[in-house]
Design a protein around this ligand. Structure first.
Ligand SMILES: [Zn+2]
Length: 225
């Protein structure tokens, strides 16, 4: 599987693991969306908070344990759910394991009821992968230079940040916080109006249809990595 190979490659390149965890979480939620896998939403939400470093690991593990101990997950007709849940729990733990994410994605794909659904799952995971790491796998220096180029390194922040009372960083932060990714094309328009010349960033906002937290150009605008 090409995706798994690429995710392995990424593990060595990303500095912080935040993006890796956010990708894991987005893929897991894709599974829930595709297969209506029975009420794991709360756990996904919590996994996202954890990935974004807003909650301690001990709290995350407590939530995982609470779902695990819920009697409705006990075997029998729920065996598939149980297996799926095990994958979810492992995703939550993927912070510990270099092999975590590729291995779990493979298992989740295998749990799909038929081949096309499994392929669809993998396809969506691949879209999220591109959203988070871009085409050049985690090398965002060129874009950072465009946003914060030398000519602008004065005491004042770059023009695009100051433009219209910080409209761009504020909008970017609001989209991130509220997960209004459908508004990203508007952000692309604003960037061009403010004179940011980075077609790769703006076209990512306009063309890519599936985004998640960790989206690379959005992260650059809000100063996350
Ligand atoms: Zn994106």
């Amino acid at each position: 599987m090409v995706l798994n190979k690429e995710i392995h490659a990424v593990w060595h390149k990303v500095r912080g693991k935040r993006k890796y965890y956010l990708l894991a979480r987005a893929c897991a939620q894709t599974y829930e969306t595709l297969f209506r896998a029975h009420g794991l939403w709360k756990l996904w939400e919590y996994a996202e908070l954890f990935a974004d470093l807003n909650v301690p690991l001990t709290h995350m593990l407590k939530r995982v344990r609470a779902v695990y101990d819920d009697p409705k997950w006990i075997a029998g007709p729920n065996e598939i759910r149980m297996k799926l849940y095990t994958c979810v729990a492992q995703l939550a733990h993927s912070s510990f394991s270099f092999y975590g994410l590729p291995f779990i994605l493979k298992r989740m794909k295998a749990l799909a009821i038929n081949k096309p659904t499994g392929e669809m799952f993998e396809g969506r995971c691949y879209n999220f992968y591109r959203c988070v790491f871009g085409k050049n796998i985690g090398n965002f220096n060129d874009h950072q230079n465009t946003l914060f180029h030398a000519a602008d390194r004065t005491a004042r922040p770059p023009f695009w940040i100051r433009w219209r009372d910080c409209l761009i960083p504020n909008t970017a932060q609001a989209i991130y916080d509220e997960k209004r990714f459908e508004d990203l094309p508007i952000l692309a328009d604003m960037m061009e109006d403010a004179g940011v010349d980075d077609p790769e960033m703006t076209s990512h906002f306009r063309i890519v249809t599936q985004h998640c937290r960790g989206c690379w150009p959005l992260d650059l605008l809000i100063g996350r990595s």
